[in-house]
Design a protein around this ligand. Structure first.
Ligand SMILES: O=C(O)CCC(=O)C(=O)O
Length: 293
């Protein structure tokens, strides 16, 4: 369980880092399996159900940007890790006794060219009936300020839900020039391999291009309290309930007055946050990376 101090910090700042949560054989298997799946991208020509590819990817020189949610269906290891009691027990301190997995993915951020993720709130992608929703991120590699750590704006989860649209369509990124957010207060979430970050669904976050010579892989899991129902609807009720990772499901959503904007009309570039953000025309992290190097 989390301590009272950790719970208080999460409520105030919107994030936590749990150092070295995943260790030993479990971490070794996570890294080895990821290497194997990425190796199998050789020969893949275009984005598909499993792979989101860097713009510079070619079948001969595979460059994977993200492993998509299909990893949880295809690989028992990833399916089990998202449900590991070491994680769900911690999260019950924040989300209560009944928790559903909303989704997840593994972002690669490879050495030298790993793509940035522009500032955004996950809530803009998947608003729910209440905001007891968060994402965890497990670092597969040691992560410091140079290899593209997740960056968060403390306390921003208690503020507005910012506009994530451009030219009248959802684009998955907010416009820092149009939001009175002090990005100078952003904090990098760093830690040794196996550390786990936790961020609130409304927290503003992003990450820079990885120009270091070390990769930074981050396994993201999104979790919701069972009574937080997605406003975009439930396509398959059986599958929805199969994603319960702790406690019992409910058909009685809890509704709270959190500020919401719907991710509609849908992005021009569907597929992943990287694809969505192509429509943003905002490239905060390009100049950020230039300034740091
Ligand atoms: O990989 C990262 O650094 C950030 C990822 C993220 O925020 C997302 O995919 O929603």
């Amino acid at each position: 369980m989390l301590s009272d101090q950790q719970i208080e910090a999460y409520r105030r700042d919107g994030y936590l880092v749990i150092p070295r949560l995943i260790q030993g054989e479990q971490l070794a298997e996570l890294r080895a399996l990821t290497d194997r799946i990425v190796g199998e991208a050789r020969g893949v020509a275009a984005n598909d159900e499993l792979y989101d590819l860097e713009p510079s990817h070619s079948a001969a020189l595979p460059r994977v940007r993200r492993l998509k949610p299909a990893i949880f269906r295809r690989y028992a290891f990833f399916h089990a890790l998202a449900r590991d009691p070491a994680i769900t027990t911690l999260l019950s301190s924040l989300l209560g006794p009944a928790i559903r997995l909303h989704g997840g993915k593994l972002n690669m951020k490879s050495a030298g060219y790993g793509s940035p993720v522009e500032w955004h709130q996950d809530w803009a992608f998947y608003p729910h009936t209440n905001d007891d929703v968060l994402a965890t991120g497990i670092y597969l590699d040691d992560c410091d300020v140079d290899n593209g750590p997740l960056m968060v704006v403390p306390g921003s989860h208690r503020g507005p839900t910012w506009d994530h649209h451009a030219d009248g369509r959802f684009c998955g990124a907010l416009d820092p020039a149009a939001c009175p957010l002090d990005l100078a207060t952003a904090v990098p979430l760093t830690g040794p391999a196996g550390s786990m970050t936790i961020h609130h669904v409304r927290l503003v976050h992003g990450s820079a291009l990885n120009r270091s010579n070390r990769q930074r892989r981050l396994l993201l899991h999104e979790y919701a309290a069972a009574d937080a129902w997605p406003l975009m609807g439930v396509a398959d009720f059986g599958e929805f309930n199969d994603r319960m990772v702790l406690g019992e499901p409910t058909i009685e959503p809890r509704v709270v007055p959190a500020p919401v904007r719907m991710p509609l009309p849908a992005a021009d570039h569907q597929g992943s946050i990287y694809e969505n953000q192509r429509g943003a025309g905002r490239r905060f992290f390009e100049t950020y990376a230039e300034a740091r190097h």
